[in-house]
Design a binder for this molecule. Structure first.
Ligand code: ATP
Length: 453
């Protein structure tokens, strides 16, 4: 279904408490957003779904949660200091800056002037002072990707877990980029979150694993409600590849502002492990695994090294949490025409992503017994450990249904006078709007089967 415009989504996000402009009371900080009560749940649920599929549902991936502050040498030897730049063009007329790839026909995208400078490189990394003395020596970078700490911890993880390749290290966490033109709501921001897997493989098996990860990631997005037909694959041409990549496939999602990158899946070869190892021998980042004879033969056929000791290649599926939230919201958004001529806005989120799982509604907001029963039900459902269960005590059931349709709450349960007599409640399904009366004793198992993935 999807939203007709980004404005539709941003207004829903503000209205219902998914996403707010950061520092809004002081005019806002450009390219920085805060997640509100519903947004934090949706974001956490998306990250949990990623972690579940990467770490819990596999037996070849370990987790990591590394620091954001990063030693400059890490980003020097990774190549980021030198190459993590966007060429920029200044407009001599309006004095605004634009990314060179956003300047079409040699005209300033802001004022249309052709009085432009030549493109100049601009480093995207944020620096911050470390310790009491602020000078050029004492600084750290805020990491621009979570991946580098996976590489610098490679040996630690290997030694503490006795893994051999193929295996992966997964990490979710903040990344920072001083984007020149943050825009399109939470699509391009300066502070965002990455969900990154570095999957280490033997050279020679890398292309096969690259394709496997492309397929697995498409399946995963589909399970998050992002239709396969909404994603196109973009095989990045050689002259556009990042400095570390041998091949990259971008998953391009149809965002409200157009088709754009949701996730990049790169074959980073042995670039990162290799360059850290070369620069800092004592880190000894290389994996020491014995090759099996099949692999050795295959490597020989590809003219690759067949040494017993080797630096693994790495396949990296790297997704943005914020872009994921935007895609999931867009994909589940629908304005539905009802038979009575009215319309309702509904988020058809997969239940495991829904910020609130069940809203329990007393028919009368001041009726002590009805409200107490509803509270008891909320408390019972909270014990299921499925996520947020709330009491919606407005006394206006129709209005509450609309509110929870917009929040994506899959199930509403209403407690009324009959509930007090026969112990039943009315359960209403978000998508079909069908209502059934069920015994309160069966509510938990009903909810469990409806909500569990
Ligand atoms: P783009 O070309 O859009 O700037 P990128 O190719 O630089 O993105 P990667 O370095 O491959 O992005 O990062 C992996 C993922 O991180 C992207 O697919 C995207 O989902 C997310 N991401 C990157 N930059 C941003 C940003 N500024 N704001 C939000 N998410 C981002």
């Amino acid at each position: 279904m999807t939203a007709k415009s980004m404005e539709e989504l941003t207004s829903l996000c503000k209205r219902r408490g998914f996403v707010f402009q950061s520092s809004e009371v002081y005019g806002g900080l450009q390219g920085v957003y805060d997640y509100g009560p519903l947004g934090v749940e949706l974001k956490n649920n998306l990250k949990a779904a990623w972690w579940r599929s990467m770490v819990y549902e596999r037996d070849d991936v370990e987790g990591l949660d590394a620091a954001i502050l990063t030693h400059p040498k890490v980003l020097h030897y990774s190549g980021h200091e030198e190459t993590f730049t966007d060429p920029l063009i200044d407009c001599r007329s309006c004095k605004k800056r634009s990314r060179a790839d956003h300047v079409a026909d040699g005209k300033c995208p802001h004022c249309g002037s052709v009085e432009l400078t030549e493109p100049r490189p601009f480093n995207l990394m944020f620096k911050t002072g470390v310790g009491p003395v602020e000078d050029a020596e004492n600084f750290a970078y805020l990491r621009p990707e979570s991946a580098q700490h996976i590489f610098t911890n490679f040996k630690n993880v290997l030694d503490s877990t006795s893994r051999t390749v193929p295996f992966g290290i997964a990490q979710i966490g903040k990344a920072f980029r001083n984007e020149i033109t943050p825009r399109n709501f939470i699509f391009r921001v300066r502070e965002f979150e990455h969900m990154e897997l570095e999957f280490f493989v033997e050279p020679g098996t890398d292309e096969e694993w690259h394709q496997k990860w492309i397929d697995m990631r498409l399946d995963w997005w589909e399970r998050q409600g992002v239709n396969r037909n909404s994603i196109k694959l973009y095989h990045v041409p050689p002259d556009e590849l990042a400095h570390y990549s041998k091949a990259t496939c971008d998953l391009m999602y149809r965002f409200p502002h157009g088709s754009d990158e949701l996730e990049g899946i790169a074959n980073r070869t042995d670039f990162d492990l290799g360059s850290h190892t070369k620069q800092q021998d004592k880190l000894n980042l290389t994996a020491t695994v014995k090759r099996n004879p099949d692999t050795t033969a295959r490597l020989a056929m590809q003219n690759l090294s067949t040494n017993k000791w080797f630096v693994p290649f790495v396949i990296e599926p790297s997704a943005g949490v914020d872009r994921g939230v935007l895609a999931v919201l867009n994909e589940s958004y629908e304005v539905e025409q009802l038979d009575n001529g009215s319309e309702r806005t509904v988020l058809r989120l997969p239940p495991h992503l829904a910020p609130i799982k069940v809203a329990v509604m007393p028919l009368k907001r001041n009726h002590a017994e009805i409200v107490a029963t509803a509270r008891e039900i909320v408390s019972d459902l909270q014990g299921l450990g499925l996520g947020r269960m709330t009491l919606e005590n407005t006394g206006n059931i129709g209005k509450s249904y609309r509110k929870h349709d917009e929040a994506g709450t899959p199930i509403c349960a209403t407690v009324d006078f009959q509930s007090l007599e026969d112990g039943t409640v009315t359960v209403r399904d978000r998508d079909s709007m069908d209502q059934v009366r069920i015994d309160r004793a069966e509510l938990s198992s009903y909810i469990l089967s409806a909500i569990r993935m």
